[in-house]
Design a protein around this ligand. Structure first.
Ligand code: NAP
Length: 485
């Protein structure tokens, strides 16, 4: 382990500027998914610690909300620089707890830093309005104000960058926060506390608690001092949190599950489509919310695409994320491998044809072979369920309208992709797809400059882009009357 990695590996929670253990002294053990070996232990906190963290954030809000956008931008820029200066250490920590290849972990740190820089700049452009008044003696102003204490709950698949999208706009707008990282990957979340302290963020502005999810989540969603909830995770947990947050009518942003379709039309550049397909399917071993869940390929290019995708999947180098050259790491735990096995078993029973992979990898335990299944059918479970693993089901279609209908036939609406060289088709299909993110001839499209968010049951609100700041602001209308004009 790099010496600097040890520096960022915190085994305590950050509340009101102090690194503390759980009141009970209980801990959670964190293991490396590639080896099953223990990395360390973090506090198993609950309601009382969360309440203190909320109190600290509410108190800090009184002063932090009065700082200037420039002061806050400077802190964000410091954090950005520290992330890039320590990219190797932060990436090592991320790979140790999450499993993804080191190159992907470095990419995650870099994009997290890029989000901070983006929000540092956007925070300085939080404009209000002067609205033309219908009255001669009154003036109308609109002002944007920080929403207040923000609760942020994040998943294990992007334990660093999912927080960057929340911490960035919170700090930029003058909000304070209480963060709960996922229990399987708490270290990348706790490292944000070190980055924040060293960048000059005042005590109490950012608080981090790890531990018992439903207790922490219960307090974060019911405590009236929390004014906004931002959640990234499964649709199921998102719905629970939405219900709980309704009691105090909190502002909410929800980044939830997906079931991304990837359509290849007859006119597509197949080389480009295979390259995009590998990135959109096998990145992070298929464990991203924007990972392709279903490939739909038009009949004339179906066999060619299936063969090429199978060859490319078999060529992926599987191994521990810290080993040089690894392109596909382990799954997060054995339960994830079992789910993949179930989905493949279901498909095989219903006529699915394994073209590549289809078995546990010889490395054992959490490693699974990158898999391609041809002759996929709508009755197979993965047509509806989020796979979250390295399995690429390939369906065949004939007509353009069928592809759009099948792609939309899901309660999810996060990311989708399609490949065509026909301009008219590109517009027709783009307009027909009910998804928040559309990649046309591109398989990886996330960037801080663009809004990221789902339609339907994939979520509410967006992160990133100029829109990502609005989610942290309240709008205040002021009417100034009696001007005697
Ligand atoms: P998850 O089970 O929903 O967990 C996400 C977070 O919620 C974790 O911190 C978890 O804590 C916490 N949590 C669980 N139950 C809770 C409760 N009752 N109250 C409060 N918090 C609770 O999701 P996951 O398995 O970690 O992540 C995978 C899911 O996230 C997938 O569905 C994926 O599509 C989605 N995702 C969406 C996006 C997006 O931007 N749309 C991005 C990434 C991932 P513990 O870890 O302690 O259980």
């Amino acid at each position: 382990m790099l010496a600097k990695t040890q520096h960022y590996l915190k085994q305590a929670n950050l509340i009101a500027g102090e690194w503390v253990v759980a009141d009970s002294g209980d801990v959670l053990t964190v293991t490396n998914p590639a080896t099953g070996l223990e990395i360390g232990k973090v506090p198993s906190a609950g309601k009382s610690e969360t309440r203190r963290a909320i109190d600290a954030a509410a108190e800090a809000f009184e002063t932090f909300s009065q700082t200037t956008a420039n002061e806050r931008a400077k802190i964000l820029r410091n954090m950005h620089d520290a992330m890039l200066d320590n990219q190797d250490a932060l990436a090592e920590l991320l790979t140790m707890e999450q499993g993804k290849p080191l190159a992907e972990a470095k990419g995650e740190i870099a994009i997290g830093a890029a989000y901070l820089l983006w929000f540092a700049e956007e925070g300085r452009r939080v404009y209000g309005d002067l609205v033309p008044s219908p009255w001669a003696d009154r003036r109308i102003m609109v002002r944007k104000e920080p929403v207040g204490v923000v609760a942020a709950i994040t998943p294990w698949n992007f334990p660093s960058s999912m927080l960057a999208r929340k911490i960035g706009p919170a700090i930029a707008t003058g909000c304070t926060s209480v963060i709960k990282p996922a229990s399987q990957t708490p270290y990348s979340g706790l490292a944000w506390g070190v980055l924040a302290e060293e960048a000059g963020l005042p005590a109490g502005v950012m608080n981090i608690v790890t531990g018992r999810a439903s207790e922490i989540g219960g307090e974060l969603t019911r405590n009236p001092k929390v004014k906004k909830l931002t959640f990234t995770g499964s649709t199921e947990v998102g719905k629970t949190l939405l219900k709980q947050a309704a009691g105090t009518v909190k502002k909410v942003s929800m980044e939830l599950g997906g079931n991304a379709p990837f359509i290849i039309f007859n006119s597509a550049d197949i080389d480009r489509a295979v390259e995009g397909a590998i990135a959109a399917k096998f990145r992070n071993s298929g464990q991203t919310c924007v990972c392709t869940n279903r490939f739909y390929v038009q009949s004339k290019v179906y066999n060619k695409f299936v063969d090429r995708l199978g060859e490319a999947a078999e060529a992926l180098k599987v191994g521990p994320g810290l080993d040089a050259g690894t392109q596909q790491g382990p799954l997060i735990d054995e339960a994830a491998v079992e789910k993949v096995e179930e989905l493949i078993g279901d498909a095989e029973k219903k006529g699915g044809r394994i073209v590549a992979g289809g078995k546990r990898h010889e490395l054992g335990k959490t490693f699974y072979q990158p898999t391609v299944i041809a002759d996929a059918k709508s009755r197979m479970r993965f047509a509806r369920e989020e796979i979250f693993g390295p399995v690429a089901p390939v369906f065949k279609f004939t007509k353009e309208e069928d592809a759009v209908r099948l792609a939309n036939d899901t309660e999810f609406g996060l990311a989708c992709y399609f490949y065509t060289q026909d301009l008219g088709q590109a517009y027709r299909v783009m307009e027909g797809l009910k998804y928040g993110l559309v990649g046309i001839n591109e398989g990886v499209i996330t960037t801080p400059e663009a809004p990221f968010g789902g339609m339907k049951e994939s979520g509410l609100g967006t992160e990133g882009g100029r829109h990502g700041v609005d989610e942290y602001l309240e709008t205040k209308y002021i009417c100034v009357g009696g001007l005697g004009l």
